[in-house]
Every structure is written in structure tokens, then in C-alpha cells.
Design a protein around this ligand. Structure first.
Ligand SMILES: NC(=O)c1ccc[n+]([C@@H]2O[C@H](COP(=O)([O-])OP(=O)(O)OC[C@H]3O[C@@H](n4cnc5c(N)ncnc54)[C@H](O)[C@@H]3O)[C@@H](O)[C@H]2O)c1
Length: 283
């Protein structure tokens, strides 16, 4: 199956990145948001990212213009009637994702593939909310999408091989590497990484050290580009909290349980870099 027209639902941190790489890779790409305000904000962040790439010489002016020409925004799901692939990147909430995929399913052509960028929720549960479960797949990108090389492709037990092959070919055409994962919470990367990040918050809560020292220790000791607190601020603490709840709910293993400090920060409206307040403050 040939993918030419791509839809992305949600133009936040991840949706904007996915739409950017899709348009950069030659696909006619349309993003859907809840209202004009969020749509304008999302499109502006994609434009800013393209401007930065062009100013650093990572893409030509001509490519920047052509990419912008392939990118459109809408607040009407009906505009997805001609999409070959739709990737949802709305908030990490099963009810919202089911609602979104069911509405996209109603308007998309029968051949279209529907994908979710969820970090840990069940793809099969989302698939069963649509009339085409065999064409619903997990495509888990990493942040920042234009930079990170990996897409985890999440396979359910009802998927067709054609859907898997099309999702794999599309991911590779974006310049990404693919790994396949089973439809279990957290897939591969988050299942490995979550106990580490939740443990970092517990260590802070118990007063072992400071945010800065914890990050510095991890970076120096492991030669990593960023420490756990910076990483969680970048990912969004609200998203981290939803993921921890979902993983703990499934596994009932305390290593995934959201620590009280994470819950308190989210309750206090500290969502990380996206709203300027997290473990660190951002302008
Ligand atoms: N943040 C990360 O590092 C990261 C990494 C990989 C995957 N993910 C996953 O990607 C998804 C999105 O995360 P994010 O960090 O981009 O969140 P975000 O809060 O930055 O963006 C979500 C966007 O979805 C929009 N939205 C919500 N409901 C919608 C609807 N019904 N229709 C259209 N738009 C809607 C919101 O307005 C918002 O702009 C989540 O499932 C998350 O788990 C996040």
C-alpha cells in the first residue's frame, strides 16, 4: 500500500515533530487540533523548528519552503477523508484516544491505516474502538522527533502483515530505524526506562540529593547527554504521570508506581519544559 497523504491528530510536543518529519520527507501532511488557538501554536512551533534547521544550514531555503507547502492544519476531522495514514498524538488518555480514533475511522477511506503514538497504552483497546482493528498499529516516536532515530512499531494480535509492512516502510522513509514491540504497557523503551526515572523522583523525595546533582551524577557517570530530571521535564511531567499510572495499573509492580512528588508537581501545574515549570524553570 502506498502512503502519500498523512494526517496527524494533536500538534503538541510529539504531533508537531511527527508532522514536521512527515512533511520534510515529502508527504502531504495535515495536522488536526482541538481549536484554532492550539492549531496556530502547533504550526508556529513547526515553522520555528524548520527556520532553525534552515538557519543552521541543515536544510536549504528551498526545502524549507517546499516542506511548509506540504503542511496544512485543520480543526475539522472531516478534512481527513483522503488520508492514507493517520497518526494520533493526543494526550496519554485511553478514553480520549479511543474517541479520536473512532472519529477518524468514520471519515478515512477504507484502506487507511490508523496509528497511535502512545507511550504505553494498549493499541488493541484503541483498535477495538474502530471498525478496522486489523489496520490499527502503534508507531511510537521519540522526542525530539526530528532528531531521535527510533520508531517502535507495536503489533497487536489482530494486525495484518500489510499494515505492519506499510508502517515499517513509512517509518524508514522518514529516516528512522524500526524496532518491533509487543502490545504490552511501555513496549520496550519505556518499560526499561520507567523504573529508572521513577526511582530518580523517589531519591529526590527522600532527600538523597538535589535535582542538579542527580542529573550531573548520571551524565558524568554514564556519559549520557542528559540526566533523568531534564529528560522528564522534556517529556512532560503530566505525560510521565499518566504513563506511570497506566503501567502500574497493568503490572501492579511498585517499580512503576508514580511517586507522590510526581503527582504533587502535576497537581501544582508543573508540566516541565512545555509550560516552563518542572524540575527546572524555563523561559
Ligand atoms: N512527550 C514525550 O516525550 C512523548 C514521547 C513519545 C510519545 N509520547 C506520546 O505522544 C502523545 C502526545 O504527547 P505530547 O507530549 O505531544 O502531549 P502534548 O500535551 O504536548 O500534546 C497533545 C496535543 O493533543 C491535542 N489534543 C488533545 N485532544 C485532541 C483531540 N481530540 N483532537 C485533536 N487534538 C487533540 C492537545 O490540544 C495538545 O496540543 C501521548 O500519547 C504521549 O504519551 C510522548
Amino acid at each position: 500500500m502506498e502512503i502519500k497523504k498523512v494526517g496527524v491528530v494533536g500538534c503538541g510536543l510529539m504531533g508537531s515533530g511527527i508532522a514536521e518529519v512527515s512533511a520534510r520527507s515529502g508527504y502531504e501532511t495535515m495536522v488536526l487540533e482541538v481549536n484554532q488557538n492550539f492549531l496556530d501554536k502547533g504550526l508556529a512551533s513547526i515553522k520555528a523548528s524548520l527556520d532553525k534547521a534552515a538557519s543552521k544550514g541543515k536544510m536549504s531555503e528551498q526545502d524549507r519552503e517546499a516542506t511548509l507547502g506540504r503542511l496544512k492544519g485543520t480543526i475539522d476531522v472531516g478534512d481527513f477523508k483522503d488520508r492514507d495514514l493517520v497518526i494520533e498524538a493526543v494526550i496519554e488518555n485511553m478514553d480520549e484516544k479511543k474517541k479520536v480514533l473512532a472519529s477518524v475511522d468514520k471519515v478515512c477511506p477504507p484502506h487507511a491505516i490508523l496509528a497511535s503514538n502512545t507511550s504505553c497504552l494498549s493499541i488493541l483497546q484503541m483498535a477495538m474502538a474502530t471498525g478496522r482493528p486489523a489496520q490499527v498499529i502503534g508507531m511510537h516516536f521519540f522526542q525530539p522527533v526530528p532528531v531521535m532515530a527510533l520508531v517502535e512499531i507495536v503489533k497487536t494480535i489482530v494486525l495484518t502483515d500489510e499494515t505492519v509492512k506499510a508502517a515499517e516502510a513509512f517509518s524508514k522513509s522518514l529516516g528512522k530505524q524500526v524496532i518491533f514491540a509487543k502490545d504490552t504497557p511501555g513496549f520496550l523503551v519505556n518499560r526499561l526506562g520507567f523504573p529508572f526515572m521513577m526511582n530518580a523522583i523517589r531519591m529526590l523525595d527522600e532527600g538523597w540529593t538535589t535535582v542538579e546533582e542527580l542529573d550531573r551524577a548520571w551524565m558524568m557517570g554514564t556519559n549520557s547527554p542528559m540526566g533523568p530530571c531534564t529528560l522528564m521535564d522534556f517529556a512532560g511531567l503530566d505525560t510521565m504521570y499518566s504513563m506511570a499510572c497506566a503501567m502500574y495499573d497493568e503490572f501492579k509492580d511498585p517499580i512503576y508506581a508514580p511517586p507522590p512528588l510526581l503527582k504533587a508537581m502535576v497537581t501544582a501545574g508543573m508540566y516541565g519544559k512545555k509550560n516552563g515549570k518542572g524540575f527546572y524553570k524555563y523561559d
